[in-house]
Design a protein around this ligand. Structure first.
Ligand code: HEC
Length: 115
């Protein structure tokens, strides 16, 4: 009986340590941000709210507040040229995987400026 109790305590201890290690792990960038950087969207766009600068002298469009006007599933279609904004399709067609596109779109949809 005593053995069982110490075993249970031991298990609880391991679980607690595991949770602690997990909770204190460094916060990494969301996957969508990595896709954005890797896909060279910054050739034309910036996200100034996160310090991502565009490589163009004249910025096409800053996406810091894109989540305020567009939803993730619209962004997905728009980046595949299946949707248009004011009659115009996006100039570039997303060529990455479906998973990358989902991560990218949901990350963009989460970008909102504090009002
Ligand atoms: C060749 C330049 C270029 C590249 C590269 C580019 N875009 Fe765009 N993007 C545009 C233009 C032009 C528009 C439409 C005009 C505007 O929104 O200012 C636009 C519009 C958008 C919009 C809609 C913005 C809004 O609020 O209407 C989103 C979202 C977007 N792009 C995401 C991306 C993502 C994600 C990538 C990378 C996969 C990317 N773009 C790469 C030029 C580019």
């Amino acid at each position: 009986m005593k053995n069982v109790l110490s075993f249970v305590l031991f298990l609880a201890f391991i679980i607690a340590m595991y949770g602690f290690a997990f909770a204190s792990a460094p916060v990494s960038d969301p996957p969508g941000k990595k896709v954005f950087v890797d896909s060279k969207c910054q050739t034309c766009h910036s996200v100034t709210s996160l310090g991502l600068e565009s490589k163009k002298k004249k910025d096409v469009s800053d996406l810091s507040d894109v989540g305020g006007s567009l939803k993730a599933d619209f962004i997905e279609k728009y980046l595949l040229k299946k949707e248009k904004i004011e009659g115009k399709a996006h100039p570039s067609n997303f060529k990455g995987s479906e998973e990358d596109l989902k991560n990218l779109a949901s990350w963009l949809a989460s970008l909102k400026k504090a009002k």
